[in-house]
Design a protein around this ligand. Structure first.
Ligand code: FMN
Length: 345
């Protein structure tokens, strides 16, 4: 089931590239939880050819992440080709080209979604990257720049002609940003006309959403982005739904926080202070969403300056939670008690 490119089994559920989120740690967790393949954050082709240390770090990965795609962005076909050649040496399973990023800093340089306004340039970029690397190249696009220029079908045709192996469609336009709903009908239409496999993307937050997208649009694989943040179980739960017809319930708070702690420890190991701590705070904010007194827990985490203190706060919280589950309500109840419980204040 799912997508196979050059004997590389990408599976059905892919972790979508997300700047500032899908670093190596997040990708490893997602693979462990059942993602069939993972993608790096988008990587600047200019940064690669300048050998920028942070950029090259973003393009690197660990063996256990395979299959892994490195996503590149840029506006100059030659620079992109050179960057792809350089990144290929790191041993990824595929190179993905970003034609979807809506951010001003990126589109100003005619990169990301801006390339969709110039399909000549789009073709040139693809041709030069495909010629530069011996392995599969995929592309990820938005539906177009705005409602007046929906180019996704044409873009898939060009990509196929130039040797691209699969295309991911986030069916919003650049003008839409993240507003409104992703129009899955556009994915359906693309599946009908695209000569290459289509990976569906947009608004997959629950396992049932994935099933519905695959049934409604006929796409062979999907990419999950926001739905995986603080929620890597979406992969395992969705896999079970697709294979057995029923999704397991969401994880209990204790499992969420144990995974959050694992995520946090790995971030600290890989990035150290202070970068690791920033990652920990960011991801904890998502893992604690919807938890009992989650807002208070987050506030307390954001006040702490040491990773060890954050870990012991979470342990205290879990302790308090288990006492509560055991029917000892004195530790919980009014907000004031919770604050005391969580911060020692
Ligand atoms: C924080 C964040 C960062 C993102 N960074 C990238 C990126 O680097 N490359 C890319 O192709 N898309 C990026 N995206 C877009 C997602 O990969 C995805 O296409 C979009 O969020 C729609 O999917 P979703 O509804 O599952 O979130 C990003 C999205 C978010 C929320």
């Amino acid at each position: 089931m799912g997508l196979v490119l050059d004997d590389i089994h990408l599976g059905t559920l892919l972790l979508s590239p997300m700047a500032g989120i899908t670093d190596s740690v997040f990708r490893r967790l997602s693979r462990r939880m059942g993602a069939g393949a993972v993608y790096t954050e988008f990587v600047s082709s200019d940064g690669v050819i300048r050998n920028n240390r942070r950029t090259l770090e973003m393009a690197s990965f660990r063996p256990e992440e395979h299959p892994v795609g490195v996503q590149l962005f840029g506006g100059d076909p030659e620079v992109l080709a050179n960057a792809a050649r350089q990144v290929w040496e790191l041993g990824p399973d595929l190179i993905d080209i970003n034609f979807g990023c809506p951010v001003r800093k990126v589109v100003k340089k005619t990169a990301g979604s801006a390339v969709l306004r110039d399909l000549g340039l789009y073709r040139e970029i693809i041709a030069s990257v495909v010629a530069a690397v011996p392995g599969p190249v995929t592309v990820k696009i938005r539906a177009g720049w705005d409602e007046e220029s929906l180019v996704f079908s044409e873009a898939a045709g060009i990509a196929a002609e130039e040797g691209v192996r699969a295309i991911t469609l986030h069916p919003r336009t650049r003008a839409q940003g993240y507003s409104g709903r992703a129009d899955w009908d556009r994915i359906t239409r693309l599946v009908e006309v695209s000569p290459i496999p289509v990976i569906g993307n947009g608004d997959l937050f629950e396992p049932e959403d994935v099933l519905r997208m695959m049934e409604e649009t006929g796409c062979r694989a999907v990419m999950i982005a926001r739905g995986a943040i603080g929620n890597p179980w979406i992969f395992s739960r969705t896999r079970t739904l697709l294979e057995e017809g029923i999704a397991p319930p969401p994880p209990l708070p204790v499992e969420r926080l144990e995974t959050a702690l694992l995520h946090a420890r790995l971030e600290m190991e890989s990035k150290g202070e202070p970068r690791g701590l920033r990652e920990v705070r960011k991801h904890m904010a998502y893992y604690t969403k919807g938890l009992w007194h989650g807002a208070k827990l987050r506030q307390a985490i954001f006040r702490l300056e040491q990773y060890a203190a954050i870990e012991s706060l979470i342990r205290d919280y879990l302790d308090a939670l288990s006492r509560f589950d055991a029917g000892e309500p004195s530790h919980f109840g009014p907000e004031e008690d919770a604050r005391e419980e969580l911060t020692g204040a």
